[in-house]
Design a protein. Structure first.
Length: 160
């Protein structure tokens, strides 16, 4: 069963690119004491993720801040090098925090993984978006495979 509203974000170590290279960061630090909108994507540089999902959150980042969101976070089962390159390619410019779950640790603990090995992609994250307050999931929207609607930036902004 996947993570639900009222659940705590599980303990895990994620990674992000810094000026000194990949840096580990634990979920307690990522989510503690703040409101975060986190959206998960199946893969960096994939069509829907690159054309709609990430750019939508980048474009509305200021509106999320106006609604009291401390941070918007993009989450994927990709390595931090790929996440950094993708952020540069899309023009994130620090508006969205790019977080890597390269080993799928948090994805699996949240029950949001799916296997696309048949397509050569291994295990990936479902497409989702959640609002997290001080480490507690307030809302979560998981897309059915192949769909993109309820996890969009516009849909999440309308919930705040």
């Amino acid at each position: 069963m996947s993570i639900q509203p009222g659940d705590q974000i599980p303990a895990a170590t994620l990674f992000e690119m810094t000026d000194d290279g990949p840096q580990g960061i634990d979920t307690g630090e990522l989510f503690g004491g703040k409101t975060v909108v986190m959206f998960g994507i199946p893969g960096a540089f994939t069509p829907t993720c690159s054309a709609q999902h990430l750019p939508g959150f980048v474009g509305l980042a200021d509106q999320f801040a106006d609604k009291g969101v401390d941070e918007v976070m993009c989450f994927a089962v990709n390595d931090p090098f790929v996440m950094a390159a993708w952020a540069k390619d899309v023009g994130v410019n620090g508006k969205v925090r790019m977080v890597s779950d390269g080993n799928g640790e948090l994805t699996t603990k949240m029950g949001l993984e799916f296997d696309v090995s048949a397509a050569g992609l291994g295990t990936r994250s479902d497409r989702f978006a959640m609002v997290v307050e001080n480490g507690t999931v307030k809302s979560i929207d998981v897309e059915p495979p192949g769909e993109f609607e309820i996890s969009s930036a516009e849909a999440q902004l309308s919930k705040l």
